[in-house]
Structure formats: structure tokens, C-alpha cells
Design a protein around this ligand. Sequence first.
Ligand code: SF4
Length: 244
Amino acid sequence: MITIVVDGKEYNVEKDISLLKALRANGVSIPSLCYHPALKKPIGACRLCVVEVCQSGGAAKTALSCAVKTSDGLQVKTSTDAVCAARKKAILQLLTLAPQSEILLKLASDYGIEIPFQPDGCIRCRLCERVCSDIVGAAALKMEKRDGRNYIVSVEGACIGCGTCANICPTKAIRVEDKESVRTIRIRNEIIGVHPLEQCAICGKRFATPRFLEYIHHRTLPHPDVKDHHHYCPSCAKLYLVAS
Ligand code: SF4
């Protein structure tokens, strides 16, 4: 065993092992995302485990603790200004690759990094809002300012559950989930609409919401020749058309 000094406190650790491993084994908290003790060679990809090290009276320098080997007398500082600056830089670089990563957003918060805007996958093209208003006619979506930024939000109670907004969204920011007999439409973690699903009169498949079917019924009243189709799912409606 050898002795290393971490933030002024002495620790007895194994010689020639990863400093990160030794620090963690002694309860010293060091962030890292690319290190795993079961893998032989650290690659230093996330650069989060940076610490300041100083050996045998040499100059202190920042280094990735996953790649530094423990040696007798090694002096380690885990939270100097240089370490914090290097970690902040690493967090910001990682956030450009994975801006919605919860663990990175948590690290950013821990290190006092202000994330001016939380990406939500929406490019503000307003296709969903426009199609819902201009074509569907439900006007169930609108732009709303939150902290100075525009967000697509739902108009309470207006959604009829057609799913057109999700179909037209170029970035899949709006999602439709049909689970058993319930359709849920979401943007971010916010619900646009929750609807029961009606069954196809022929095959029994759950395929459309009652509010949508009701809406289509009224829209097609002037066209009695198509009104019966609304009770059938798209596949059965095609067969119905061929048969009739
Ligand atoms: S699912 Fe709701 S919000 Fe989306 S287009 Fe249809 S009515 Fe509008």
C-alpha cells in the first residue's frame, strides 16, 4: 500500500491503480461517465474526472484521474478553480452531443452552468398548430411564451385526438401513444389530449377517438355517401369501399 494526499487528507491505497478507482474506493466523489472498473483501459472520453495532481514537488497540473496511476506521495486536489473550469468545459461539450441527457443536465446544475434553453425537439415550424387550426379545425394547439421563449402548448379541452399534429411534425416532437383502449398525445412531458379509442365495426381494432368520429360525422353530413365509413378502421374502410 502507498499513501496519497487528497484535498489535504492522507489515504492508503493500492499502488499503480487508476487514481479514479482509488478515489472512489475511499468515498471521494468524482464525476465520470466513460469509466468502468471492469474495463482495462480508460479512454478519457468524457473528461469529467479531471483533478489536479502534483508529484514529488513538481508543478501541479490537471489530469484525468481515470488515466493517472497511483504513486506514493501523489498530491491530489479535486475541486480547484482549474478543475471546476475543466469540468464545466467538459459538461458543455457533452451537452452539445446529448442536450436532453438528464444526467448531463443534472451535472450542469451541480456545477452552476446555466442552460439558457432546454431543447424539446420542437423547431417552432408551427406545422402542428397550423394544421390543427386550418385543416382539422380543432385549434387545439397554440404558441405560448415561457421565460421569453415560444413553446407549442395545448388549448385545454380542444384536442379531438386525431393525431394529425404528430403525423405532420417533422421532428417527432409530438407523440401519439395508443395503448389498449386509450390514445395519449404529448409534447415534451405535457399532455395535449387523452382519449378513449373506438373499435372498428368490422375487425374490432381500436382505431379512432369518439370526438374525432363525431367531428368527421358532422363534417361529412353533406356527403351521405361517405358517412358510413367512419365506423371502420382504415384497412376495413378500404374493403368496404371495394365491396360497395
Ligand atoms: S391530435 Fe389534437 S392537437 Fe393534434 S391535430 Fe388532432 S386535434 Fe389538434
